[in-house]
Ligand binder design. Structure first.
Ligand code: 13P
Length: 278
């Protein structure tokens, strides 16, 4: 069933386990993620990437239809919502929540724009994830210096003034593929301080390639939601590449992608302790 994202996050924060939010971009990935949750009796948050799938109204219908057929809690979040229009579309489509990413703007502008969308979202019972500090791109070397990390004093002020329901923090991870052999060093001291400074659940972006031990520890020590995208789609595409010679009328390739996406998702769900927590 589709539930508010805060319902899943509050339970997991209290229980000191994490919840993986897999990126989805179409019916196949939505279906694979919901199956992974149902088969492991786990809560799940689907993080829809607008740029990969701008017809979010159609996809929201599909997600609601699939979520209604399982008993585990499913939430649908707009990942890295950009222009105002995208958020309004998500509101109209009945998402559980929106992420308002204004993390590359100056602080006061970030506060003002998030607060404005919090008012809109809360008026229709939706929650808002915001970002402070900036989780950049792994290929650009972002995450390797503390310049972009979340400032602990600002975090408390930010949450109070915006009224956001979840906070994405920058503590060393970055989006996408890291350079070969590089595993980020996470700033756990900062994570502990952030956890004590704000009461809303903390979100870790850039889960792919960030180290299994890091993800497991981060969710034990303060992170509630972990966004993972690249690893899941890479596993899917690799499986297709490995078996492309075996296409049949019953398996035209999409299933090869979905099966590996789902297996990699379940592996991540096990790491952060959400399995069996539906
Ligand atoms: P990765 O693709 O690096 O896992 O990042 C996903 C993410 O943070 C989506 O918001």
């Amino acid at each position: 069933m589709l539930v508010p994202m805060t319902e899943i996050l509050q339970k997991s924060r209290e229980g000191h386990y994490g919840v993986i939010a897999p990126n989805i971009c179409n019916e196949d990935s939505a279906r694979a993620a919901i199956e992974a949750a149902a088969e492991t009796n786990s809560p799940i948050i689907l993080d829809l990437i607008y740029s990969a799938s701008p017809d979010i109204t159609l996809l929201a219908h599909i997600v609601k239809y699939l979520a209604d057929r399982v008993s585990v809690p499913v939430a649908l979040n707009l990942d890295h919502g950009g222009e105002f229009k995208q958020h309004i579309e998500a509101v109209r489509a009945g998402f559980s929540s929106i992420m308002v990413d204004r993390s590359s703007l100056p602080y006061e502008q970030n506060v003002a724009e998030v607060a404005e969308l919090v008012k809109v979202a809360h008026s229709v019972g939706m929650s808002v994830e915001a970002e402070l500090g900036h989780v950049g791109t792994a290929a650009d070397g972002d995450g390797q210096t503390s310049d972009l990390y979340t400032n602990v004093d600002q975090a408390a002020d930010f949450v109070e003034r915006t009224g956001c329901d979840a906070l994405a923090v920058a503590i060393g991870t970055a989006h996408g593929k890291y350079p070969a052999g590089y595993v980020p060093h996470l700033d756990f001291d900062r994570l502990h301080e952030l956890y004590n400074a704000v009461e809303v659940p903390l979100v870790l972006h850039g889960g792919s390639g960030s180290g299994d031990d890091n993800l497991a520890r981060a969710t034990r020590e303060g992170i509630t939601k972990v966004n993972v995208g690249t690893s899941l789609f890479s596993a899917g595409m690799q499986n297709l590449a490995d078996h492309v010679g075996e296409l049949t009328r019953a398996n035209l390739g999409y299933k090869m992608i979905s099966d590996a996406y789902k297996a990699e998702l379940i592996r991540h769900m096990e790491l952060v302790g959400q399995v069996g927590k539906a």
